[in-house]
Design a protein around this ligand. Structure first.
Ligand code: FAD
Length: 436
């Protein structure tokens, strides 16, 4: 049995290159375009002119779109290597786009790669993987988020077309998207698990109304794509825009969200580490009441607690990534993926809070990245399903591994066990003595 925590030297070289490249070439984009441009806006010529040469370098280093298999222009390194990469990319909001693995496009690309027809791949996946377009995933509805059985947005077949009616809520990045993948009810007479389908819908198609765009936290800025409230009024798309089989929408959603949840976890390891880095530097740099803040015991415990939590979380994420590579099927390891999903906001909440608090007033300002990171806490707890739902999944899966115990007392009840042990030992004593 081999458990090896070492990274192969060839891949470690790549990670070292990524680390340096993100620091020197990508993080300046975060600062230069702060509040002014979004990595998802492919029509921003200045930004794209700066990003394209960086993407080219990433491609030359064989690090482009690593979430996708080699047959589609990715590398097929697997999730463990992707996890190690994402830890670094999670430090910058532009880095995932420079490396061709940004959410929600990465999940949408995975869905197209798995379920798309050749024509759908040519038309939607190829330009996406060339980073020429952005995309949106529209599943949540305003009256129903966590529970898809309340979804009502539907598509009915009319000749060679599907006609879509209903509403979608929080469709991220719609503002910059060329198309969206919408989950719609195609058979209302069966449960959503069998009666929903995925549909490819071009941006701005007739009848698709943007009711409004919502923004997380402090409101809109030019770099924020926002989250669209969409209304489908008799939107017609050709029959061939059905993605996968009719009725397979829920299954596809699980595939898509499974990967997405772990990828958020991978990037969050990097974000939490960055928060701890900031905290350590600050407390070593500032003195109060005659000693460094780093010398106060409460701060030392915070540093230790944060390091331990990041270490535990990182191992959990890497182990889950390893399981995905091994099993090749998100459904088989739902419990582990749900575990990462639940741990992500908790680790960020603890570590980012400590880092922010250790910076005092400066920590809450927009002069440090910490207040922004703080917003990631509720976002990670809600997006892709709230914590409670994932805890339910874990509990159900864990409980399935156990059986009830007959009788009044539990199986670990010591007096009952002693009775059994006594009878066993006494029989042995009799036997051993008889053999003397
Ligand atoms: C930043 C961000 C980006 C997003 N992007 C997208 C996107 O691109 N596409 C998309 O389709 N959706 C997107 N979403 C929506 C997201 O998937 C939903 O917000 C999520 O599924 C929860 O649905 P809801 O917001 O309607 O909350 P609700 O379902 O109303 O839940 C509200 C709260 O109720 C509690 N709760 C819910 N269910 C249970 C339960 N079973 N047991 C106990 N308590 C429960 C939880 O505390 C939960 O937070 C995004 C969300 C965020 C925050």
């Amino acid at each position: 049995m081999a458990i090896d925590f070492e990274v192969e030297p060839e891949f470690q070289e790549k990670l070292d290159w990524i680390e340096e490249f993100v620091k020197t070439e990508v993080e300046p984009l975060d600062l230069y375009f702060r509040g002014e441009a979004s990595p998802y806006d492919k029509k921003n010529e200045t930004a794209q002119a700066l990003v394209r040469p960086l993407q080219k370098q990433v491609q030359e280093k064989e690090l482009w779109a690593c979430h996708i298999g080699p047959e589609l222009g990715g590398r097929g390194y697997g999730q463990v290597k992707l996890a190690l990469m994402n830890e670094i990319l999670g430090r910058s909001s532009w880095a995932p786009s420079v490396f061709g693995c940004q959410a929600p496009d990465s999940g949408n690309a995975e869905v197209l790669a798995h379920y798309g027809t050749d024509e759908q791949k040519r038309r939607y996946l190829e330009p996406l993987l060339r980073s020429e377009i952005s995309t949106t995933y529209a599943m949540t509805e305003p009256q129903a988020g966590s529970d898809p059985s309340y979804f009502t947005c539907s598509a009915r077949r009319d000749g060679d077309e599907w006609v879509i009616n209903g509403e979608k809520w929080f469709a991220s990045n719609y503002k910059f998207a060329d198309f969206l993948i919408a989950m719609v009810i195609t058979n209302p007479d069966v449960p959503v698990y069998k009666g929903s389908s995925m549909m490819l819908v071009p941006h701005g198609v007739e009848g698709l109304e943007l009711v409004r765009n919502s923004h997380v936290g402090g409101g809109a800025s030019a770099d924020s794509a926002g989250h669209a409230y969409l209304r489908f009024n008799d939107v017609r798309v050709p029959a061939e825009n059905l993605l996968g089989d009719e009725g397979s929408g829920f299954k596809i959603a699980q595939t898509r969200l499974g990967g997405g949840r772990v990828h958020h976890g991978m990037r969050s390891v990097g974000m939490a580490q960055r928060a701890l880095d900031m905290m350590c530097e600050r407390v070593l740099s500032r003195e109060t009441k005659g000693s460094l803040i780093a010398e106060k015991q409460s701060i030392q415990h915070w540093v230790a607690d944060s390091w331990i939590q990041i270490q535990q979380f990182r191992l959990q994420v890497l182990h889950t990534a390893w399981l995905i590579d091994k099993e090749g099927d998100y459904a088989k390891i739902r419990q582990h993926i749900a575990g990462v999903k639940v741990a992500t906001p908790k680790v960020l909440m603890d570590v980012v809070y400590r880092a922010l608090h250790s910076h005092g007033s400066l920590g809450v300002t927009d002069e440090m990245p910490l207040a922004n990171m703080w917003m990631a806490v509720p976002v990670m707890g809600i997006a892709d399903g709230p914590t409670e739902v994932h805890k339910n999944t874990i509990a159900k899966t864990v409980l399935k591994q156990y059986k009830p115990h007959d009788g009044l007392w539990p199986s670990a009840h010591i007096p009952s066990l002693m009775q059994g042990a006594r009878a066993h030992i006494e029989a042995r004593i009799e036997n051993e003595i008889a053999n003397l």
